[in-house]
Ligand binder design. Structure first.
Ligand code: MN
Length: 335
C-alpha cells in the first residue's frame, strides 16, 4: 500500500461546493433522493476545512479548483437576482479559498442570463481574487452559447487566458427518445448527451474560430466525444451543411477542448481518450462529493501509463493551464 508521501501529486478541477442558500436551486435534482443521503451531500458540499481537505491529503491532491454545484443561478428566473447572487457566491468562495490559498483555487459562478454581466463578473473575479476561470452548468434556462450575443463572454475568457469548464445540466427539453425513462435523462446518460451536444454547438457555431485561443473543459472523459472524432469528421465532410470551419472538427477536440477524467475511472476509456486527444489534453479530476476521491486517486495511480504521461494527467497539464508551475517544473515535463 502506497503511503501519502509517494503518491503522485494531483490537481483536481471538477470539485463542487454549495454556498448558503443555493441548495434551493438544486432542489429539483435532490427532491427524489432519501433525506439522509441529501443531508450527507449537503454537509460535504458546505465543508471546506475538514473532510474535503482530509480526503485531498489522503489522495495527495495538492490543489483543487472549486465550483458551485449545479445549476446555481443559471436556474434563476429573475436576471437581476441571478447577477447579484452570482457575485455573492463568488465573494463567499473567495473568502473560503483565502483560508487555504495553497490548496484551493476557484472557478467563478456567472449569470449567463446577461452575457455582458457574466463577462464582467468573470473578469472581476480573475483580477480581484485570482480565480482560475469559470464553471458553467450547461444551458441557462434553455439558451445555448454559440450565438453572437455570447461572444462578449468568450472574448473575455480568451483575453484573460482562463478556461471555461462546461459542466452538465439537465436537458433543456428531454428528447422523446428518453420519455418515461428518467433514469436515462440524468447523470447516467442524459447529462453527457446534453453536454457533448452543447460543446458541439459551440464548435460548429464557430466559437473556436472566432476565439482560437479559448479553452473549454469537459468532464467525464470528454462526455464521450473523444470516441466520435473520426466519425464526426467523416460525416461532416461527406454531407453538405453550409457550415465552414477553419479546421476539421476533430482538431478542436484536444486543442480548444480539453477533458477531465471525472467519474470515469476506467483504464481502457482513459487510454482511448489519450490516444485520440494526446496526453496534453487529459486532466485528472474527481467530481467531489458525487464521486469517490479515494477511487479516483487509486485509479489514476494504477492506470497503465508511462510516468511522464501520468504526471501530465495528474498535475502537469493543470499547472500549464492555470499557470501554477514554475518554468523549471514545466520544462521537466516538456510542456
Ligand atoms: Mn460535477
Amino acid at each position: 500500500m502506497k503511503t501519502m508521501m509517494n503518491r503522485t501529486p494531483k490537481i483536481a478541477l471538477e470539485e463542487h461546493f454549495s454556498a448558503p442558500g443555493f441548495d434551493a436551486y438544486s432542489a429539483k435534482y435532490t427532491r427524489a433522493l432519501p433525506a439522509d443521503f441529501v443531508a450527507r451531500l449537503d454537509a460535504r458540499l458546505s465543508d471546506f476545512d475538514d473532510q474535503r481537505l482530509a480526503e485531498m491529503d489522503a489522495g495527495n491532491i495538492e490543489f483543487a479548483v472549486l465550483s458551485q454545484t449545479m445549476p446555481g443561478v443559471q436556474a434563476e428566473m429573475d436576471v437581476a437576482s441571478a447577477v447579484r447572487r452570482a457575485r455573492e457566491n463568488n465573494e463567499f468562495l473567495a473568502e473560503r479559498v483565502a483560508r487555504h490559498p495553497k490548496r484551493f483555487g476557484a472557478f467563478a459562478h456567472v449569470a449567463l442570463q446577461d452575457p455582458h454581466e457574466a463577462a464582467r463578473e468573470l473578469e472581476r473575479t480573475v483580477v480581484e481574487h485570482g480565480f482560475k476561470g469559470a464553471l458553467i452548468n450547461g444551458h441557462t434556462l434553455g439558451r445555448y452559447y454559440e450565438g453572437g450575443e455570447f461572444d462578449v463572454f468568450w472574448e473575455r475568457a480568451q483575453a484573460l487566458g482562463v478556461p471555461i469548464y462546461l459542466h452538465p445540466n439537465a436537458f433543456s427539453q428531454p428528447p422523446a427518445l428518453l420519455e418515461g425513462m428518467p433514469v436515462l435523462q440524468g447523470a447516467a446518460w442524459g447529462w453527457g448527451v446534453e453536454t457533448a451536444g452543447h460543446a458541439l454547438r459551440l464548435l460548429f457555431g464557430g466559437v473556436f474560430d472566432r476565439y482560437p485561443r479559448l479553452t473549454l473543459l469537459l468532464g467525464h472523459m470528454g462526455e464521450a466525444l473523444p470516441y466520435q472524432r473520426r466519425r464526426i469528421d467523416s460525416r461532416f465532410a461527406a454531407y453538405p451543411s453550409g457550415i465552414k470551419l477553419a479546421r476539421k472538427p476533430s482538431e478542436y477536440i484536444g486543442s480548444n477542448i480539453l477533458i477531465t477524467t471525472s467519474g470515469v475511472c476506467s483504464a481502457p476509456a482513459l487510454l482511448g481518450a489519450i490516444g485520440e486527444l494526446g496526453a496534453q489534453a487529459v486532466l485528472f479530476s474527481v467530481d467531489y462529493p458525487y464521486e469517490s476521491t479515494a477511487e479516483a486517486c487509486t485509479f489514476i495511480e494504477g492506470a497503465p501509463l508511462d510516468e511522464r504521461t501520468r504526471a501530465l494527467v495528474c498535475y502537469g497539464n493543470a499547472r500549464r493551464l492555470f499557470k501554477l508551475g514554475s518554468p523549471q517544473d514545466l520544462a521537466l515535463l516538456q510542456i
